[in-house]
Design a protein around this ligand. Structure first.
Ligand code: MCA
Ligand code: AMP
Length: 504
C-alpha cells in the first residue's frame, strides 16, 4: 500500500545488505537488517492495538532499536513523538497528556516514575534501555518481519515534535509525511549525499537535526552512518577516517578545534562539514578553515519547518550567513509590525513558505493562526537580513529564546518556576555567552521585601521539575529588574550586565 515516507526512506532498502549503521563496538547493521527489526516493532505496535494516527511518545536513549521505533511508526502510520531523555517526569506528563499519546516508551530505570505519568495521562507503558533491551524488544521478538505497510498520504501526520513557547507552554509541531520527505529530498540533492557517503552521527535523535536532517538524508541516499551515542570529540576523531561527512551544532566544531589530534591530515578525505541549530561564530568558521582547509557549510532551520536555507555546496560558503533559500522554499524578511516585505539590507522578521512548513500546532488553532499566515508563510520569530546576492544572516531573535548547545530554552518556562520559589518577588532569565555552549541561562532574581533567598534550595527545586539543560547555571540577586516606560523588563540591559558571567 502506498506510504510515501516509508516507501522512500525504508521500503526500497528492505532487501539490501549494504551497511547502514556502524556502531562503536565494531558491529555493523545493514539496511535490510534494520528494516527487518523495524517491521518486528511494527508488528509489536499493531499487536498492542495501535492504529494509524495514534501518537507514540518515545523517551529512550540513542540506539539502533530506538531508531527502528521511528521506522516502525512510519510503517504503521503512527505519529512519532520523540522526547529528550533529560526531560523530567513532570515535563513528560505534559507532552504525553497534551498529545493524547496511546503509548509511552521509557527507560526501564525510570519505570516507576513513568508508570505514574502513563496512568495520569491514559497511556500504556513499555520500556527500552540504551542497548535496546526492554519490554518493547521482548514484544517485537515474538513477531516476524512480514508486515503490510499502512496506507498513508503525503498529508498524513508523521511526527509531533514539541517546541517550547514564549508563553511557557510547549507546542506540538505537526509534521506531515510531505514536510519530512520533501526536505530530505531537497537536502540530499543540495548537499550531494549518495550511497557512498558515511555520516558521522553524534547528534541526539529526538530533534529535527539528528533525526530528520541527518538520518532521513542517509536513509534516502542509501548511505551509512557511524552511529555514536553522543558528542565525544575523541570518538569523532577516532571514527573520522571511516566517514565522509559530519553534521553538528557549533559546539561540535569548537570541541574539535580544542582537540590537539584534530588536524588537516585527519580531515583531508572528508567531503563535508555542516553546522546548524545555533549561530556558528565567524571566528569558529575561520579557525576551522585555517586548521583543516574545509569551509563549514552553515544552514538554518526550525522544528516547524525543517531546513529553510543553506550555504551552497558548490560556491561561496559565507561565514556569518546561513546561505540562500533551499530550492522550492521561499524566504521573506518582513516588517514585524506590518508584515510587508523589506528591501534587501533591512533587518526584519524571517518568514518562510514551502512544502517543508508544518501543518500547525497540535490542538492550538489560535497559536497556529497567529504564526502561520493564511497564504502559507510561517513567521519564524528570527530576525534576519538578506544581502543583494540572496544570502540570509540571522542577526537576532524577535522571540525570547536562549539556544544552549543547540537546545532551545524558553525563559518564560523557567521564570514561572522561579517566581513560585519562597521569597522570590520576580525573576528574569537571560542567555549569557558561554564558550562551549554558545550561550547558557542565567536567572536574575528580585527578593520580596525582607526575604533572604536560599539560592541552593532554589536550584534544587528547579532540578526537580526542569530538565538539567534548562536549569540556570548561575543565579544572581538584584534589587530591581530594569524596565522601560511600558513596564517591560529590559532584558538587553541584563544581558549587557551579565555578559561576562561565564567567562570571568
Ligand atoms: C548537556 N547539558 C547542557 C546541554 N547539554 N546544558 C546546557 N545546554 C546543553 N545543550 C548539561 C547536562 O544537563 C549536564 O548537566 C551536563 O551539561 C553534561 O551533560 P552531557 O550530556 O555530558 O553534555 P554534553 O555531552 O557536553 O552535551 C553538550 C552537547 C549536547 C553536545 C552540545 O547538548 C548536544 O548534542 N546538543 C545538540 C542538540 C541538538 O541536536 N539540537 C538540534 C535541535 P549536569 O552536570 O548539571 O547534570 S533541532 C533545531 O534546533 C533546528 C531544527 C535546527 O536548525 O537544527
Ligand atoms: P528549534 O525550535 O529547536 O527548531 O530551533 C530553531 C531555532 O534555532 C531557529 O528559530 C533559530 O533561532 C535557531 N537556528 C537554527 N539554525 C541556526 C543557524 N544556523 N544560525 C542561527 N540560528 C539558528
Amino acid at each position: 500500500m502506498p506510504n510515501p515516507l516509508y516507501d522512500a526512506l525504508f521500503a526500497r532498502h528492505a532487501a539490501q545488505d549494504t551497511p547502514f549503521l556502524h556502531l562503536p563496538d565494531g558491529r555493523t547493521i545493514t539496511h535490510g537488517q534494520f528494516i527487518d527489526t523495524a517491521s518486528r516493532y511494527a508488528n509489536a505496535f499493531t499487536s498492542k492495538g495501535l492504529v494509524p494516527g495514534d501518537r507514540v511518545a518515545v523517551q529512550v536513549g540513542k540506539s539502533p532499536d530506538a531508531l527502528a521505533l521511528y521506522a516502525a511508526c512510519v510503517q504503521v502510520g503512527l505519529v512519532f513523538l520523540p522526547l529528550n531523555p533529560a526531560y523530567t517526569p513532570t515535563e513528560v506528563e505534559y507532552f504525553v497528556s497534551d498529545a493524547g499519546a496511546r503509548l509511552l516508551i521509557c527507560d526501564p530505570a525510570c519505570v516507576n516514575d513513568f508508570a505514574v505519568v502513563a496512568a495520569n495521562s491514559g497511556a500504556e507503558l513499555e520500556t527500552m534501555d540504551i542497548t535496546g533491551r526492554g519490554t518493547m524488544r521482548d514484544l517485537a521478538a515474538g513477531h516476524g518481519h512480514a508486515f503490510t505497510t499502512a496506507e498513508r498520504t503525503k498529508d498524513d501526520l508523521a511526527a509531533l515534535l514539541y517546541t517550547s513557547g514564549t508563553t511557557g507552554r510547549s507546542k506540538g509541531a505537526m509534521l506531515s509525511q510531505k514536510n519530512l520527505l520533501s526536505n530530505a529530498e531537497t537536502l540530499t540533492k543540495a548537499w550531494q549525499f549518495t550511497k557512498t557517503d558515511v555520516l558521522l552521527h553524534a547528534l541526539p535523535i529526538f530533534h529535527t537535526h539528528g533525526l530528520f536532517v541527518a538520518t532521513n538524508i542517509m536513509l534516502l541516499s542509501g548511505g551509512a552512518m557511524v552511529f555514536l551515542p553522543k558528542l565525544d570529540a575523541d570518538q569523532l576523531i577516532r571514527f573520522m577516517p571511516r566517514a565522509t561527512a559530519l553534521m553538528g551544532v557549533p559546539t561540535f566544531y569548537t570541541r574539535l578545534l580544542a582537540h590537539d589530534d584534530f588536524t588537516a591530515c585527519l580531515t583531508a578525505h572528508m567531503r563535508l562539514f555542516i553546522s546548524g541549530s545555533a549561530p556558528l561564530l565567524a571566528d569558529t568558521h575561520t579557525q576551522f578553515e585555517a586548521r583543516t582547509g574545509h569551509r563549514i557549510l552553515e544552514r538554518y532551520g526550525m522544528t516547524e519547518t525543517n531546513m529553510n536555507t543553506s550555504n551552497p555546496y558548490d560556491g561561496s560558503r559565507r561565514a556569518g550567513t546561513v546561505g540562500m533559500p533551499l530550492p522550492g522554499i521561499e524566504i521573506k524578511v518582513c516588517d514585524p509590525e506590518t508584515g510587508k516585505t523589506l528591501p534587501h539590507g533591512d533587518i526584519g522578521v524571517v518568514e518562510v513558505r514551502g512544502p517543508n512548513v508544518f501543518q500547525g500546532y497540535w490542538r492550538m488553532p489560535e497559536k497556529t493562526a497567529s504564526e502561520l499566515r493564511a497564504d502559507g508563510f510561517f513567521i519564524t520569530g528570527d530576525l534576519g537580513v538578506m544581502d543583494d546576492q540572496g544570502y540570509l544572516s540571522i542577526v537576532g531573535r524577535g522571540k525570547d529564546l536562549i539556544i544552549s548547545g543547540g537546545y532551545n530554552i524558553y525563559p518564560k518556562e523557567i521564570e514561572l518556576l522561579l517566581d513560585d520559589q519562597p521569597g522570590v518577588m520576580e525573576s528574569a532569565v537571560i542567555g549569557a555567552p558561554h564558550a562551549d555552549l554558545g550561550e547558557a541561562p542565567v536567572g536574575v532574581l528580585v527578593a520580596q521585601v525582607d526575604a533572604t533567598l536560599d539560592l541552593e534550595a532554589i536550584k534544587t527545586a528547579l532540578a526537580g521539575s526542569l530538565a538539567r539543560f534548562k536549569c540556570p547555571r548561575e543565579l544572581v540577586v538584584i534589587d530591581e529588574l530594569p524596565r522601560n516606560a511600558m513596564g517591560k523588563v529590559q532584558k538587553n540591559l541584563l544581558r549587557e550586565q551579565y555578559a561576562d558571567v561565564f567567562t570571568c
